[in-house]
Design a protein around this ligand. Structure first.
Ligand code: ZN
Length: 148
């Protein structure tokens, strides 16, 4: 059967997050937030985090754009909630490495995020997948600066 490459790009898990985004919305008193835009396809993602101690206890996102950017943001909020900042940074590194192709993916570590691996074959869309993660890094940087 002929398989449309777009079926891989928009895999089942990706589509599920796109149609039923997790943690979409705003937090009342986020510890930190960051917005990122991807001019290439008009994606915008705003990420809000509540950080207690050194742990992310809540994450929300708002955004508009292509399914990849929004599915990735949805997955991100699920993946980082409950992690401490060190774990979040390690996860962000692993994710970036997966998208660059420099890291052997451990599906157990990445969960749903592993589904975004297929995006790698569409280099123009890698930015879409990374958008929320860039917002995450920006947010963590701001949080660290505010704390010192
Ligand atoms: Zn996009």
């Amino acid at each position: 059967m002929w398989k449309n490459p777009v079926d891989d790009l928009y895999g089942e898990i990706v589509l599920d997050h796109y149609h039923k985004p997790r943690n979409r919305g705003s937090l009342k008193n986020p510890s930190v937030s960051a917005e990122m835009a991807n001019v290439f396809c008009g994606d915008e993602v705003k990420l809000e985090l509540t950080i207690e101690g050194d742990r992310i206890t809540a994450a929300r996102f708002l955004g508009q754009g292509c399914s990849i950017s929004l599915a990735s943001a949805s997955m991100l909020t699920e993946a980082v909630t409950g992690l401490n900042l060190e774990q979040v940074e390690a996860l962000a590194e692993t994710f970036k490495g997966m998208m660059n192709g420099s890291v052997q993916v451990d599906a157990k570590k990445l969960g749903d995020l592993e589904a975004l691996q297929g995006v790698r074959r569409f280099p123009a869309r890698v930015k879409c997948a990374k958008l929320a993660w860039v917002a995450l890094e920006t947010a963590l940087e701001r949080y660290r600066k505010a704390g010192t």
